[in-house]
Design a protein around this ligand. Sequence first.
Ligand SMILES: *[C@@H]1O[C@H](CO)[C@@H](O)[C@H](O)[C@H]1NC(C)=O
Length: 158
Amino acid sequence: MQYMVVLFLLVAVFHTLSAEGLHLSNLSPVCLRCICHASSNCNKTIGCSGGRCGPLQISRQYWKDAGRYVLPEDNPNRDGAFPDCAEDHSCATQILKQYIIAHGKDCNHDGITDCDDYAMLHFNLKSDCSVPIDATNYGLRYSTCRPTANLDDDDDIT
Ligand SMILES: *[C@@H]1O[C@H](CO)[C@@H](O)[C@H](O)[C@H]1NC(C)=O
C-alpha cells in the first residue's frame, strides 16, 4: 500500500516535471489563444462540421492521438465524449496540451521548440508537422497574434 502511494507520488511529480518543465514551458496563454484564433477565430459555438469540432477544430483522430481527454467524470468510450470535450473551450485546450506533450517538436527546425512549432503541429498534425503554414488562412490568422519569439531571451539579458 505504501509502495503504491510512493509510486503514485513519483509518477505524479515526474508527470508534472515532464509536462511543464520540458515540453510545455513555453506554451503560454498567449500561444493557446493565438492557436484558437487561427483555428476558428476561437468561435466557441462553432460545433462540429466536416469531422472537426469546437474552437480548436479538433478531429476524432487528433483526440485519440492526444490520449482521449474528456470532460470531468466523462468516459472516453462514450460516443459523445469526443465532441463534448472538443466543443468545450477549456476541455479542448487540454486536448491541445496533451497533443503537444505527446507529439511536440521543432517543426520548423530553427533550434527552438516554441509557439510557432505548436501552431504548425496543430495544423499539420503529427505525421509531418514541418510543412510551412504561412500561405494558409490558418497561418495568416496565426501571424496576427503569434507571441514574439524572443521575449523570454530579452528578459534574461536585461
Ligand atoms: C460561430 O460559428 C457558428 C456556426 O458556424 C456561426 O453561426 C456563428 O456566426 C459563428 N460566430 C462568430 C462570432 O463568428
